[in-house]
Design a protein around this ligand. Structure first.
Ligand SMILES: NC(=O)c1ccc[n+]([C@@H]2O[C@H](COP(=O)([O-])OP(=O)(O)OC[C@H]3O[C@@H](n4cnc5c(N)ncnc54)[C@H](O)[C@@H]3O)[C@@H](O)[C@H]2O)c1
Length: 242
C-alpha cells in the first residue's frame, strides 16, 4: 500500500518540524511547506519533500498542496504555520504587520482548507488539523494573534459542520506553551512564573489522539499534565417566535 502523505505548513522548525518527524517515523511521506529554507533539512532528514512557499497567499498554499497531491494525495493536513500578532493597538500600530499576522494565522488556514478539500473529496476522506492556540480560547495580551486564533477555531467548527457526515474531519489543536523558537524569548520568564512549558512532542501525541478519535469540529487544548479532551463551548440558543 502507498505511504500516506502528510502536508505540514510551517514545518521548518518548532511544532511543525516535530510533526513532520513524527509522521515520517510512522511511515508517512511528509511534505513541508515553509518560507524558511530550514525546511529543506527537515525534508532531507525525514525522506520528505520541501516546498518553499508562503502559505499566507493562495498561490503559495496551492503550490504546497499540489506537491502533496502529486505524491498520492493528502491524508493528513497540518495547517500549522503561525507568527506572533506583530503589532498592538496604540501609536505604533502597524497595518502591514497586522495584515501579515492575519495572513499567516488565519488566511493560510482558509487557503489550506480550500486547496485541500477537492482532493480529499475525490479520495473520500482526509483529516485537517489546524494548529490554533489556547489564545484562541482565552484572552491574550497579543490581541491580533488571539483574534486570528479565535477566528481559526470558529472556522474549524463551522467548516466541520458544513461538511456534515463527510469522512473529512477538521479539528483545531490548541497548545498552551510549547518550547519552540517562537516562544524561546519568553521561556525563562514563564518557567520562573511556574508555568509548565511543554515539548513539541506533546502536540504530536495530541494530534495522534485527535486523529484516532475520529471526531470533527472540535478544539483540543494541548497542555502539559492535562488530558486531551475537546473544549466544551457554551450552547447558543437561538430566539424563536414560538
Ligand atoms: N510555541 C507555542 O507555545 C505555541 C502555542 C500555541 C500555538 N502555537 C502555534 O503553533 C504553530 C507553530 O508554532 P511554533 O511555536 O512551532 O513557531 P515557530 O516560529 O517555531 O515555527 C513556525 C513556522 O512557521 C513558518 N512560517 C511563518 N510564516 C509562514 C508563511 N507565511 N508561510 C509558510 N511558513 C511560515 C516559520 O518559518 C516557522 O518555520 C503556530 O501556528 C503557533 O501560533 C505555538
Amino acid at each position: 500500500m502507498a505511504e500516506p502523505v502528510v502536508l505540514v505548513t510551517g514545518g521548518a522548525r518548532g511544532i511543525g518540524a516535530a510533526l513532520a518527524r513524527h509522521h515520517a517515523a510512522k511511515g508517512a511521506t511528509v511534505v513541508i511547506a515553509d518560507v524558511d529554507e530550514g525546511g529543506a533539512a527537515v525534508a532531507d532528514e525525514t525522506g520528505g519533500v520541501f516546498v518553499h512557499s508562503d502559505v499566507s497567499t493562495g498561490d503559495g498554499t496551492a503550490a504546497a498542496v499540489r506537491a502533496a497531491e502529486d505524491r498520492g494525495g493528502i491524508a493528513v493536513l497540518h495547517l500549522n504555520a503561525g507568527v506572533p500578532g506583530g503589532t498592538a493597538f496604540g501609536d505604533g500600530f502597524d497595518t502591514d504587520r497586522y495584515r501579515r499576522g492575519i495572513g499567516v494565522n488565519l488566511d493560510a488556514v482558509v487557503f489550506g482548507i480550500q486547496a485541500a478539500l477537492p482532493g480529499m473529496r475525490a479520495r473520500g476522506g482526509g483529516a485537517i488539523l489546524v494548529t490554533a492556540s489556547l489564545a484562541g480560547l482565552a484572552i491574550s495580551g497579543d490581541v491580533f494573534y488571539a483574534a486570528a486564533k479565535h477566528a481559526a477555531i470558529g472556522l474549524v467548527r463551522s467548516c466541520a459542520a458544513t461538511l456534515g457526515e463527510s469522512p473529512i474531519t477538521v479539528n483545531a489543536l490548541c497548545p498552551g506553551f510549547v518550547r519552540t523558537p517562537m516562544l524561546e524569548p519568553f521561556v525563562p520568564w514563564l518557567e520562573e512564573a511556574g508555568v509548565l512549558v511543554a515539548e513539541p512532542a506533546l502536540v504530536c501525541e495530541a494530534a495522534d489522539a485527535v486523529l484516532a478519535s475520529g471526531r470533527t469540529g472540535e478544539a483540543w487544548p494541548v497542555q502539559a499534565g492535562q488530558p486531551f479532551e475537546p473544549w466544551r463551548f457554551g450552547q447558543v440558543v437561538v430566539s424563536r417566535s414560538s
